[in-house]
Design a protein around this ligand. Structure first.
Ligand code: 13P
Ligand code: SF4
Length: 305
């Protein structure tokens, strides 16, 4: 069987089961091609709410499927591959944040969307990489406890100097794999290329960037730019997607190691098995937890992307 054969089976099953397939931009080409929507974390959260289908299949990591379930409890939501977690989302627990909150009373807890539902339940507002600066500027509180990503937190703190930030030392193990040495090497090898990076990268990488943004932000920047060559400082699927959307431009990975093995765990066969009811995991959530966790996500949406 070819990739196209399997994709055709998926498209038929999608129709007959009234399913919507949502894919994060870190998915493979094969998965993106069968998805109803491909986007960054913010766009996926928005789309999940408006999708008319009774079933949603999330091709991404667990916190993304949890967010869909929170926003659409009446829908049946499936994580295409139950082993796809996000290590950053699980780095901190509710008890730790409650202790920190006691030390810093009056601070607004701003939680990156890459967190478990439990962690979201103690946050005031959620943010994604594309909405973090805007939301931290907009919230009324001057004091912000930003969790869990210290790199995104540092980037936001530098963009919003009028606020007072406390950061905890979590982060993405994928983006943490690249350092300043990779930047200097890539720039030496491709001196004409612009460097586009995700704010989950360490500050020593971010400081060299020509553009800093979410996965969709990076893609849009490269697609609209008049430049011809780009070094991509985020998960390497974005390099491949851009090679398809702009075949006449050149894209280089900042490092071959920028691979998220959790995202990469999701295959086309997982999507097929999930649609057949022979794979994936249906998301369930205690209603009390859901109500507490959805509040900061809805707040994020009120502030806009
Ligand atoms: P965005 O899609 O919001 O840029 O997030 C990147 C990421 O690491 C998702 O896990
Ligand atoms: Fe988590 Fe990083 Fe993978 Fe995104 S890229 S899912 S933040 S480990």
């Amino acid at each position: 069987m070819t990739i196209a054969d399997l994709q055709n089976k998926i498209l038929k099953l999608k129709e007959s089961t009234d399913s919507c397939i949502l894919a994060h931009s870190y998915m493979s080409r094969a998965v993106c091609e069968v998805a109803d929507f491909v986007g960054d974390s913010y766009a996926l959260a928005v789309k999940a709410k408006s999708a008319p289908n009774s079933n949603v299949i999330m091709c991404g990591v667990r916190f993304m499927a949890e967010a869909v379930k929170m926003l659409s409890p009446q829908k049946r939501v499936y994580l295409a591959n139950p082993t796809a977690g996000c290590p950053m989302a699980e780095q901190m627990d509710k008890e730790l944040i409650e202790q920190v909150k006691e030390r810093f009373p009056g601070y607004a807890v701003v939680a990156y969307i890459n967190t478990t539902a439990e962690l979201k339940s103690v946050a005031d507002v959620c943010v994604t990489s594309s909405s973090a600066v805007k939301i931290c500027r907009a919230i009324p509180q001057k004091d912000i406890l930003f969790i869990p990503d210290i790199n995104l937190g540092t980037y936001v703190k530098n963009q919003v100097p009028e606020k007072n930030f406390k950061l905890l030392s979590g982060g993405c193990p994928t983006h943490a794999r690249v350092g300043e040495g990779d930047v200097l090497k890539a720039k030496r090898e491709h001196p004409q290329a612009l460097l586009l990076v995700h704010p989950e990268c360490v500050p020593d990488v971010v400081k060299h960037a020509d553009y800093i943004g979410s996965t969709s932000g990076i893609m849009q920047y490269a697609e609209r730019s008049d430049a011809r060559e780009f070094i991509i400082g985020t998960e390497n699927s974005i390099v491949e997607h851009l090679q398809f959307s702009c075949p006449d431009k050149k894209f280089y990975p900042l490092s071959k190691d920028l691979v998220c093995h959790n995202m990469k765990a999701v295959t086309l066969a997982d999507v097929y098995n999930c649609l057949k009811g022979e794979g994936g995991e249906e998301m369930t959530m205690d209603e009390k937890l859901r109500l507490a966790a959805v509040r900061p996500v809805e707040k994020m949406m009120e502030y806009g992307g």
